[in-house]
Design a protein around this ligand. Sequence first.
Ligand code: MG
Length: 377
Amino acid sequence: MKITSVAAVLLKPWPWVLVKVRTDAGFTGIGEAYHGAGVHNIVIDPRLTERALIGQDPRNVDKLFRDMKNSMSASGFYQGAVMSAISGIETALWDIAGQAMNVPIWQLLGGSFRDQIRVYNDCNEGEDADDPASWVEKAKHVEARGFDALKFDIDPRPTQRDRYNRTIRNADVAFFIDVVTAIRESLHPDTDLAIDAHWRYAPADILKVAYAFEALDLLWLEDPIPPENVAALREVKTATRTPICTGENLYTRHGFRELVEHQAADIISPDLAKAGGLSEGRRIADLADTYYIPVAPHNICGPIGTIASCHACAAMPNFHVLEFHHLDNELWNSMTVERDLIQNGRINVPREAGLGVRLDESVVREATADEVGGFFD
Ligand code: MG
């Protein structure tokens, strides 16, 4: 079996990127790459397609992953948009391999540890960001729809004194504590609550918040400080009993090595649609498992990337919970032939061969902002 073509689409309004890999054996693989500047164009860059993929056996997934990296290495592109493109292609290769061997992808990643993937709903903020009651209302609404894990954001308030020095004024510290306490108290004790700080704060300032959160038994506090300094994050992590989560800005196992070896996070959150794909996700999880660190993948993908992540999550012993970002997004729910993939905060691990879900191409076509390489041919 040989790869004959690689194509991609950029969708709208949410800029999801879908990848299609075709073969001479009748199998077509679908993947999703994390969106970003030009990712769908990189997917069909000749350095990836002609130099690494076309004419090759798609079932040699790990070899082709290395070939794609090596083909791009002359430009030093091991990260960012290039690795996102490679991740989407890698998923499509696994889809082909699974179909060709008539097994789900998770089977090829070592087998499954679980039949369902627990999903947390990212709630952002309350409808009225200044009113804790509206945050509580949203939390209770989402919980009532079956989710037993939620996340809210504590982004800088409009009242922040200076957005460049990363400090938090006392009134904003008090607001974050008030609103998160109110949400926590409104939820069932067994419903998990995570909080995301989006890299915005100085260690000493976010620790004031993290200390107060200790009484709330949060699932985690995510990205309390900027993502590029492992030593600084380790200081934060060791200073508080509130679990610290990070990782959505890191690429490949090499990007996670220093973070994991320094045990600078309690939980890691790789985004499999950009960190290198499904095999690399499993490798990152195994690296984390050597320090007994659970993995809670970041995910803002459409249904293809989300289901792809589920295959990897099924095969990770240390999987914790998977992010979901698109509650009530009708496009998310209508892009696959299979509907209502998330029920009661869980996704059933697919049993069908390959990815196990099929694109509804008429819906995808309708939502296409740009097509390259003949996606719909
Ligand atoms: Mg985040």
